[in-house]
Design a protein around this ligand. Structure first.
Ligand code: FAD
Length: 472
């Protein structure tokens, strides 16, 4: 592909063909338009196309093809690896396409690919419905869904992809394609974890689920030296939990408005989706009597409020580096390792999330989606974010050391959406031991589908799956 930088008049020609905005270097707003959530990924595309309707996608792709430009596709811009932007290429930004249409009778919801989790949660909650998504409301539905989608409903209703019924796409050659159980089912399979490799998704249709008006949610907070007791009790408690209880353990230095001081705390967050709050309190009681917390914050909460409860901890423009893996077990040795690293935390922000899996997530057929590992009872996401570039080395090193120390407990699986990209950490050499994300069988199926739908690898600014025809 030979790249030819477009002339100014050619951008104008493109702008005349589409409803959306063409933003190029020097335009007011270019700097904002080029940036993504992770400030480590500081790239300069030749143009950002803010499409207004899906009809804008075809001409934008044709423009990229004509000039040999790489294409980055952006939904919410929250991709940790920063795949929503590209140096010298074209960004197709779908963030204006955020309609949400709900079929109350069928309890399904169709959402534009630029919608955020907030758009979906707010619309669904008006009808007492919810789709399992992630935990920070500014995250894009598109990237989250195409990787998998972990959140507070994972045990009750599975990953986001387990609820994906259909998608509309525009392929590399501008063709509109519908993927569902009846039409192009293999393509739908690939979208369930295969990332943005197969085309530009314009809308997703999900199965939604009834949710009570308020959901019993909250945090049990533990200070040092109670972390070992808390995690040990937590590990055995989780084996008693029904699907309605999803929990995530987080180590963080509390933000000032939590009024918990400045020492790091271990937080067991939970969402109990059964309307019987007393039954949920009963389960909590079993944990708190085995491991009394230093503080608690538990209350029935409207769903959208819980879904945005930690938004302020994750502002756009921080620097971030993440690594993750499925865990085979959470035994004494795994807990000691986690706590040994937890004791190092002196910085503002978070260090890791430990997700309790199982439930509907674990019962989904391994072969039903491209997602790598349904057997893992826990998943650890190790993540740092910070502001000063001078701290890059320290935080990246912490994440890598903890990830490496957790290897003995790892299933080997990695979740696409919690992966940074090694080549964007310029000061440090890449890790040699990155585990394969899909396993050989799923990867081979994905590569055949990539060959079918994007043989020229137009969509390569992602965790890329090479077409089967290309040597790996
Ligand atoms: C603060 C924060 C909190 C998070 N919390 C969670 C969580 O709770 N659970 C969870 O599972 N994940 C979570 N994530 C990870 C998140 O799911 C991924 O980073 C995801 O890629 C973000 O999607 P996006 O649309 O915002 O990103 P973008 O950067 O816009 O897109 C990511 C990638 O998805 C692809 N893509 C985007 N739109 C399209 C499209 N329309 N068609 C085809 N491909 C497309 C492209 O490859 C693109 O590069 C979180 C991330 C952050 C930063």
């Amino acid at each position: 592909m030979t790249q030819q930088i477009p002339e100014k008049f050619e951008y104008k020609q493109l702008a005349a063909l589409i409803e959306g905005e063409v933003i190029v270097s020097g335009d007011p707003g270019y700097d904002d338009a080029r940036r993504v959530w992770n400030a480590m990924i500081d790239k300069y595309p030749v143009a950002v196309i803010r499409i207004k309707s899906t009809a804008d996608i075809g001409p934008s792709l044709a423009f990229a093809r004509k000039h040999g430009l790489l294409v980055a596709v952006r939904g919410g811009g929250h991709n940790v690896a920063g795949h929503g932007t590209v140096d010298g290429g074209l960004v197709i930004d779908l963030s204006a396409c955020r309609d949400v249409v709900i079929d109350v009778h069928e309890q399904t919801v169709t959402v534009g690919a630029g919608a955020t989790l907030h758009d979906l949660d707010a619309a669904c909650s008006r009808y007492g419905l919810a789709v399992p998504v992630g935990v920070v409301s500014a995250t894009g539905i598109a990237g989250l869904t195409l990787g998998g989608g972990f959140g507070w409903l994972t045990r009750a209703h599975g990953l986001t992809i387990d609820n994906l019924l259909a998608a509309e796409l525009i392929t590399a050659n501008g063709q509109s394609v519908h993927a569902s159980h009846n039409e192009n089912p293999e393509l739908l399979w690939a979208l369930k974890g295969g990332g943005g490799n197969f085309g530009i998704v314009t809308s997703f249709t999900f199965q939604a689920h009834p949710l009570p008006e308020t959901v019993l949610t909250g945090n049990l907070i533990y200070r040092q030296p109670h972390w070992n007791m808390a995690l040990s009790a937590y590990a055995s408690w989780t084996s008693t939990l029904p699907d309605e209880m999803t929990t995530i353990v987080t180590l963080l230095t509390p933000p000032p408005d939590w009024q918990l001081g400045t020492d790091p705390v271990l937080v067991i967050g939970f969402a109990w989706t059964n309307p019987d709050h007393q039954a949920g309190q009963g389960y909590l009681q079993a944990l708190t009597s085995a491991a009394p917390p230093s503080a608690t914050d538990v209350s029935p909460t409207p769903w959208p409020a819980w879904q945005s409860a930690v938004d302020d901890i994750f502002p756009k423009g921080v620097r971030a580096y993440w690594k993750n893996t499925g865990l085979r077990r959470l035994d004494g040795a795994a807990i000691s390792t986690i706590i040994r690293f937890a004791a190092e935390q002196t910085w503002q922000g978070t260090a890791f999330d430990l997700h309790h899996m199982g439930g509907a997530f674990g019962r989904a057929e391994e072969s039903a989606t491209a997602f790598p590992d349904r057997g893992a009872p826990f998943w650890i996401n190790i993540y740092g974010f910070w502001s000063d570039p001078a701290d890059d080395g320290h935080h990246v090193d912490f994440v890598r050391r903890l990830a490496s120390a957790m290897e003995p407990f790892s299933t080997g699986a990695q979740y696409l959406n919690f992966m940074a990209t090694e080549r964007d950490v310029p000061t440090l050499p890449p890790l040699a031991n990155a585990a394969p994300v899909y396993g050989t069988e799923k990867l081979s199926r994905l590569r055949s589908l990539k060959h079918q739908w994007d043989p020229e690898n137009t969509f390569r600014i992602n965790h890329n799956i090479k077409p089967a025809s290309v040597d790996s």
